[in-house]
Each structure stands twice: as structure tokens, then as C-alpha cells.
Design a protein around this ligand. Structure first.
Ligand code: CP
Length: 308
């Protein structure tokens, strides 16, 4: 039997196919209700040590729509971390003020570290270039809703596949669904070798390319990502790949593509996806961002144990 009660959500690797589908089904139910008081008296601590719009605000909206409360800070620079307090000490203290922690931090492994020191559930809202599991739940939900099913699709991941934590999480999850995967990036931003090896071990058909040409007609979904300037140690290396891909309506009109192609992007975008795409039937990234609320309502309800 599937149960998320009091579980940490650290890596998508910790969930099997049945568990992924359970949250997607629950999210569907959550879309039908706008406000309940199922999480009345529960407090979520929203701890963001890196910038965020969608993840932070959709978690906070989800919690409040379920009748719960949110504590947190708008700027980690005004917390005692600025005085030198460790993340370990900070979360140990904050544990006493809330029922669940949602943490985004620039260090890979930070969410696991927090989960190891507290006795309440920790949700990883992105740890460096590593994982962003709740984004994966909402990406799967969006693909399922817009394509009608998750099984047997062909997906092209485009952009920064080295640092793109959403890609790492999503590729792992889609391996359960017989997805064929094309990883399209400049040579310096390839999907990590261990991720490719893992996917191949799981019998996923996956290929690496440097452009969409020749493969665009096979794709049911393009999952576009931003080149993550903030993760480059050397700005010169970033300048070499800045603007290397720019999806636009005109570009798609020149490529051979499926009529029902859908384009997802975890957002924010910078210059990799032109606004000319926004009003086309291909664009689903704004719906994708909105799906953050029902999906995070589902996760919070399941983890805080109000839904069995
Ligand atoms: N998709 C995503 O993680 O967006 P934010 O950085 O705005 O939270």
C-alpha cells in the first residue's frame, strides 16, 4: 500500500512508479477543490536560500489553500545564517516551530542533511544542481494532462543538462514509462555520464545530440531549460554557451515537428525560449507552473497524513 505519511521528499529516486502515479491522481482530485481546512493548525516552514518564484509561492499557496499556515523569510541574508549559523543548527531550531520544512539550498545534499537532523518531514525544493523532486511531480502531471498519458512518449531535453536539476529528476522518473529520450545540449553542458549510464541500465533508449535538426519530427515533448549562469565557476565558460539555443515560433515553423508537440520549461526563462511561442498550441509552460499548486497540495496532504 502506498503511504507518504511523514516521509521526506528528497530525491525522485526514492519513489516507485506506483507512488508517482498516486500523487498525480491525488493532484487531479486537488484541482477540483480550491479551499479546505484539511491542514488547519499545521505550519509549513518555507526556507529558501536561493531565489525562487514558482516553487516557493506555489508551496505557500498550496499550504494556505488547505487551511495551513506558513512561516519563513523573504531573504536568507536576514537569518542567523548570516551570523555564521550552520544549516544543521538552523533546521534543528526551526523544527520546533513547524510541522514540515520546505528547503531550497545551493548545496547538493543539503535537503538530505536537513532530513537527517530533524524529526519532521523535509521537502527538497531544489538542492544545487542535484534534484528538484516536486518539480518532477508537476512535470509528470503536466505531460500526463497535455499528452493524455505518460507511457511511450519521445521527449527531447534541451539546454543545460549538466546543471539542470529538473532534467535529472524528470529523466529518472520517465524511465518508468518507456520514454525514449534525446538529450540535446552543447558539449560542455551534457547530461552527467552517470545519469546516462543509469538510464541505459534501466533499458531506456537515450541519445545525445547537439541540435534539434534531424530529430525534431520524432518528439512528442520538448523540455527546454535555461542555461544556469549561477552554477558556472568561470564566467568565460558561460559566455561560450550563452544564447546557444533560442526556440521561437519561426524556428519551429522551419523544423519538421509533430502537430501536437508540447513544449515544457520549468521556468524562469531568459533567452532560450522566445515570447512568440507563448500563444501557440505548443506552449504549456504557463499551465505547467500553475500545476504547481494542485501537485503541491497533493504532496503536502499525503506527507502530513491527512490523506491515507
Ligand atoms: N521551476 C522552478 O523551480 O522555479 P523557481 O526557481 O521560480 O522556483
Amino acid at each position: 500500500m502506498v503511504s507518504f505519511k511523514q516521509r521526506d521528499i528528497i530525491s525522485i529516486r526514492h519513489f516507485n512508479k506506483e507512488e508517482l502515479l498516486y500523487i498525480l491522481d491525488l493532484a487531479k482530485e486537488m484541482e477540483r477543490t480550491t479551499y479546505t481546512d484539511t491542514l488547519k493548525d499545521k505550519i509549513l516552514a518555507s526556507l529558501f536560500f536561493e531565489p525562487s518564484t514558482r516553487t516557493r509561492l506555489s508551496f505557500e499557496s498550496a499550504m494556505q489553500r488547505l487551511g495551513g499556515m506558513v512561516i519563513g523569510f523573504a531573504d536568507s541574508g536576514i537569518t542567523s545564517v548570516a551570523k555564521g549559523e550552520s544549516l544543521r543548527d538552523s533546521v534543528k531550531i526551526i523544527e520546533g516551530y513547524c510541522d514540515i520544512i520546505v528547503l531550497r539550498h545551493y548545496l547538493e545534499g543539503s535537503a538530505q542533511l536537513a532530513a537527517d537532523v530533524v524529526n519532521i518531514p523535509v521537502i527538497n525544493a531544489g538542492d544545487g544542481a542535484n534534484q528538484h523532486p516536486t518539480q518532477t511531480f508537476l512535470d509528470l502531471y503536466t505531460i500526463q494532462k497535455t499528452k493524455g498519458a505518460l507511457e511511450g512518449l519521445t521527449i527531447g531535453f534541451l539546454g543545460d543538462l549538466k546543471y539542470g536539476r529538473t532534467v535529472h529528476s524528470l529523466a529518472y522518473a520517465l524511465a518508468y514509462f518507456g520514454t525514449e529520450m534525446f538529450f540535446i545540449s552543447p558539449p560542455g553542458l551534457r547530461m552527467p555520464r552517470d545519469s546516462i549510464d543509469e538510464l541505459k541500465d534501466r533499458k531506456v533508449k537515450c541519445y545525445e545530440n547537439e541540435s534539434l535538426s534531424g530529430i525534431s519530427k520524432k518528439l512528442d515533448v520538448i523540455y527546454c531549460t535555461r542555461i544556469q549562469k549561477e552554477r558556472f565557476a568561470d564566467p568565460v565558460e558561460f559566455e561560450k554557451v550563452r544564447g546557444v539555443y533560442r526556440l521561437s515560433k519561426a524556428m519551429l515553423e522551419e523544423l519538421e515537428i509533430k502537430k501536437d508537440l508540447k513544449i515544457l520549461h520549468p521556468l524562469p526563462r531568459v533567452d532560450e525560449m522566445d515570447e512568440s511561442l507563448d500563444k501557440t498550441n505548443y506552449a504549456v509552460y504557463f499551465h505547467q507552473a500553475r500545476n504547481g499548486v494542485p501537485v503541491r497540495k497533493a504532496i503536502l496532504s499525503a506527507v502530513l497524513g491527512v490523506i491515507e
